[in-house]
Design a protein around this ligand. Structure first.
Ligand code: MLT
Length: 264
């Protein structure tokens, strides 16, 4: 399969490799709609794929694993003839980026880890994921998720001040395939700890975190900022929660663009 993707901008001399941004769970590459144009306008080629089963991409099959998502991302890089990229991901997208780093380190020039964590799940979180996956498969529907999930994903400022975005996130979630969402939950439940992989990475790292993120903590961000021979930088995004890329699109684009400028 070649993942469905949106490509914005073009490679410009002196601007570094393509920037590939991976989306969160359970939605698709629309998460990066605010960054596509802005980062492309700053002179970068931006590629935003839909992970398997999400948006316009075909489902994965077999034993659920983030290895499958990472393999498909690398297959897309081959398809686009991009030997090395700036690889970024928000939350689940970050887990996939860390998987690519573990298994295909030669493809990663620099990392962007947004509202994510390097640790594996503790047992209760793993069990909750497997229970949700079983319910999705049994019900063959997204059930209550489009109504309940935006509350935990979005920060309090967004929930209070931007009800339209709460509705948009609910619609994005309801548009997804329940079987693909169940697969993703099982794959995330099985993911290993990536702390060592991230901390040993020698390239530049940008960690982005919504100040109101209730799902990835400041301590998670600190773990990803530790270690490494290369420069590491934190961009804390005020008045944004877990989905910082859509809650504060301009601030996230600005953080990305100024960090990319420093890499050139
Ligand atoms: C996400 O936003 O991708 C999810 O919060 C990831 C997760 O469930 O750990």
């Amino acid at each position: 399969m070649v993942l469905h993707f949106v490509e914005s901008g073009k490679l410009e001399r002196g601007k570094g490799p393509a920037v590939v941004l991976l989306h969160a769970f359970p939605m698709d590459s629309l998460l990066w709609v605010g960054q596509r144009k802005a980062v492309a306008a700053a002179g970068h080629l931006v590629v935003t794929p839909d992970l398997p089963g999400f948006g316009g991409s075909a489902r994965a099959d077999g034993e659920p694993s983030l290895d499958v998502y990472a393999d498909e991302v690398v297959h897309l890089l081959d398809h686009l003839a991009q030997p090395q990229v700036v690889l970024g991901g928000l939350s689940m997208g970050g887990y996939v980026a860390m998987n690519v780093l573990r298994r295909y380190p030669e493809r990663v020039a620099a990392l962007v880890l947004a509202d994510t964590k390097a640790s594996a799940d503790p047992a209760p979180a793993r069990e909750a994921r497997l229970a949700m996956a079983a319910e999705l498969v049994a019900g063959k529907a997204m059930g209550e998720l489009p109504r309940t999930m935006p509350t935990s994903l979005l920060g309090e400022s967004t929930r209070a001040g931007n009800p339209a975005l709460v509705g948009t996130v609910g619609r994005w979630i309801s548009a997804q395939d329940p079987f693909a969402v169940a697969y993703a939950q099982r794959a995330m439940a099985a993911r290993p700890d990536s702390t060592q992989v991230v901390q040993e990475f020698a390239g530049p790292v940008l960690v982005i975190r919504g100040a109101q993120d209730a799902l990835s903590s400041a301590a998670d961000a600190a773990t990803m900022l530790a270690g490494g021979a290369g420069p590491r930088q934190l961009a804390e995004i005020p008045a944004a929660g877990h989905l910082s890329a859509i809650e504060a699109p301009e601030a996230v684009s600005e953080a990305l663009i100024s960090w990319l400028r420093g890499l050139a």
